[in-house]
Design a protein around this ligand. Sequence first.
Ligand SMILES: Cc1cc2nc3c(=O)[nH]c(=O)nc-3n(C[C@H](O)[C@H](O)[C@H](O)COP(=O)(O)OP(=O)(O)OC[C@H]3O[C@@H](n4cnc5c(N)ncnc54)[C@H](O)[C@@H]3O)c2cc1C
Length: 469
Amino acid sequence: MTATHPFDTLKSTLDPKAWSEDAGELAPHARDWRGRYSGSAPILFKPSSTEEVSRILAACNEAGVAVLPQSGNTGLVGGSTPQGEAVISLKRMTAIRALDTANESITVDAGVILETVQNAAKEAGKLFPLSLGAQGSAMIGGLISTNAGGVQVLRYGMMRDLVLGLAAVLPDGRVLSGLSGLRKNNTGYDLKQLFIGAEGTLGVVTGATLKLFPRPASSSVAVVSVQSPLEAVSLLDLVKSLTGGAVSGFELMPKVGLDLVYGHVPGARPPLEGGPEWCVLIELTSGEPGRAGPMMETALEAAFETGLVLDGVIAQTETQAAEFWALREAIPEGEKAHGKAVKHDVSVPVSKMGEFIVEATKKAEALVPHARVLAFGHVGDGNVHFNLQGREHGAGDDFLKAAEPATTLIYDLVDAYDGSISAEHGIGILKQAELKARKPVEVAVMRQIKAALDPNSIMNPRVLLGPER
Ligand SMILES: Cc1cc2nc3c(=O)[nH]c(=O)nc-3n(C[C@H](O)[C@H](O)[C@H](O)COP(=O)(O)OP(=O)(O)OC[C@H]3O[C@@H](n4cnc5c(N)ncnc54)[C@H](O)[C@@H]3O)c2cc1C
């Protein structure tokens, strides 16, 4: 008598569209966006409802089969690449369930792509502010599970701040159903927060109610040059104090990053003459029509007078503003085309950001002389992507190995600055050892929570916490 495989019964009870064992269909689900991780999965589940997710999880839990939830597969820390786990893809759960303009909320399935949510909000005259380079592919379930950040955190917060309600399936198949748009709900532990940033280790997020905001009536985008990251931080302080909370984006763009964009992205043009070493993209928004532009002019005049800004250009049209943003968003693309890089997504208090970048760059380039630092990104919220890349085009795995010691140096410095080794990308596989070494008590508490919710450890067992030893 042949033993039945745990998937056989499950497959026979599911809609045939809800699973696949086809190698061609599985392949893109088994490698990551950066080309750094690849693996395999015995099966791809493609549920179309929370109820189907519940049945799949209950059966896998019963059989002790490990699963890996996957949304857009744009994660950058190896957390969405299977190594033998069954993949549960949310790609067929794409409904926008409700949009409530008076409550300023939208309820969506976990497989809805971020850009689709932004567009739905826009059509309703509202704003969903989460915005990041992967917004054409990243999905709400993944964005919640990694507590994604992006370029508007300064004004609107991270995903954790944008979720009003959540639906999640526990490993044993029970459904936590909290898709309410309540802004006040004091009924004990805020369970939804457990799943935000959990990287799929506690259950599968199947839907969410998200906060919407009024659309700004005016906005202004500028690119300015500054002497160094130290002046960038002082500039942020000045612009904030002159604009009364209107800063919605403040992004550091170094010459080394922009040059990669001009070299690799067709049509990209330098906004300022002379290729300054450090640029900052500033975005101001206002609820008042015609207000953001004059605010930007006043702030930049003051910044020129104090010598904080060396040169600058204010976008004259929406197209030009979009071009400036496109330069910023294309830095990871340019970086990828240049070669492999040792990446660090770190945060320190905003006030210490400039000092941190200067000190870390000096020390990292001294430690790995054939590497150069590319430090860019969300300096307005104390988050910098601090990456080491080859000085020449085409660095590969040898470079990654040689530059590896810089990671400990950078993380030690992050600790010294009271920062975090993961600002917005999460832990995944990439940062697991560092997390365990640096946060033993936190890791132990997280393990206790996981043991309570996922006693058979079927949910993403290699990710975030990983095996006990
Ligand atoms: C070009 C580019 C730019 C980026 N810019 C930013 C940025 O500015 N800010 C930022 O924060 N991130 C950024 N990222 C990283 C990435 O887009 C985010 O981590 C995003 O949140 C991942 O969403 P996803 O749908 O692709 O999730 P996936 O990659 O599919 O999954 C990410 C993790 O969440 C788990 N997971 C996925 N779906 C679920 C679910 N439904 N339930 C439970 N667990 C789940 C997975 O198992 C995995 O551990 C960028 C990525 C790229 C490629």
